[in-house]
Design a protein around this ligand. Structure first.
Ligand code: HXC
Length: 275
């Protein structure tokens, strides 16, 4: 990652970054960005083996790492991971709430438990992480970034559950920015566009999108994990120290183009699955 061309190498030296869902994908990419700029990293997720692999990648970048399995739906597990982080790396300066679950399903086939599961992971899991990290963040006068999605701001077909959860996240983000500003805590969201090579793309028909070279993205290409990492680094840096309560779309302009391309790719993927 060439981040040191854009940011000073020690920008986050001595800082502790806690990333939920940090074992893979966009979240691991964000964690690696912070590690490359001197931060120490705590990651949690459901699968210890996945976290252990990610920890090795982060350590290779020079970070001290705390990698402890915790499901964001389970406050006790999350509390244990946050305590382990504080004990080994120091209190959290930057919290990234990235853990998410997703699948394509037509609304009339979405079961009550399927809807609840995504609300539990994305919305309630993000609340749990922010709420349980509050004492540490108040101590460091830290910041929070929620990983939202375009579905929060525009309907995407077969994504009712995700849209409801992510819209909730973006409203919660603003509420926390309002209430926790006086504690010195900044709170923002990032809305990633289509990011090549991620689990989300695979699940949502994005491989078709990738084959077509980012069709419907005004800037003419799919995103890379590093595009999201750069935005997270900016929002967490002193350069952004008067920015709170914003939703930053990092999507090559794709939110401007509507959801029609997504809806077509997703419909094709669902049709292929029933065949
Ligand atoms: C319909 C489904 C389903 C599917 C699960 N369910 N998959 N319904 N279509 N494909 C339903 C189940 O039937 C069940 O309801 C309920 O959801 C819970 O399913 P479980 O498998 O028991 O849940 P769990 O083991 O907790 O798994 C959570 C999960 C899973 C979300 C369902 O997919 C997961 O763990 N995902 C994590 C990884 C992931 O999704 N990453 C991508 C994030 S991308 P019933 O009624 O049968 O009990 C992302 C990007 C968004 O978020 C924006 C992109 C642009």
């Amino acid at each position: 990652m060439e981040l040191r061309e854009f940011f000073p190498a020690g920008l986050f030296a001595g800082k502790t970054v806690f990333v939920t869902g940090g074992g893979s994908g966009i979240n691991l990419g964000i964690a690696k960005g912070f590690a490359a700029l001197g931060a120490n990293i705590a990651i949690c997720g459901r699968t210890q083996a996945k976290l252990d692999g990610a920890a090795k990648e982060l350590e290779a970048l020079g970070a001290k790492v705390s990698a402890r399995a915790a499901d964001v739906r389970k406050p006790d597990e999350l509390n244990a991971a946050l305590s382990a982080c504080r004990d080994t790396l120091g209190p959290v300066d930057i919290l990234i709430c990235g853990a998410a679950g997703n699948f394509l399903v037509p609304a009339e086939k979405l079961s009550p438990n399927g809807f609840k599961t995504v609300i539990d992971i994305d919305l309630i899991g993000s609340f749990n992480a922010a709420r349980l990290a509050f004492d540490q963040l108040a101590q460091t006068r830290g910041s929070i970034i929620f990983i939202s999605a375009g579905m929060a701001h525009m309907p995407y077909a077969y994504q009712l559950h995700v849209g409801a959860a992510k819209a909730g996240i973006d409203r919660m983000m603003q509420n926390l920015a309002l209430e926790w500003g006086p504690h010195g805590i900044r709170v923002n969201s990032i809305v990633p566009g289509p990011i090549a090579g991620t689990e989300g793309m695979k699940r949502l028909g994005g491989e078709d999108h990738e084959r077509r070279g980012g069709l419907g993205v005004p800037l003419g290409r799919m995103g890379a994990v590093e595009d999201i990492a750069k935005a997270a680094l900016f929002l967490s840096s002193p350069v952004a120290d008067w920015i709170t309560g914003v939703v930053l779309a990092v999507d090559g302009g794709s939110g401007l183009a509507g959801s029609a391309n997504f809806n077509a790719s997703a419909a094709a993927l669902l049709a292929a699955q029933v065949r």
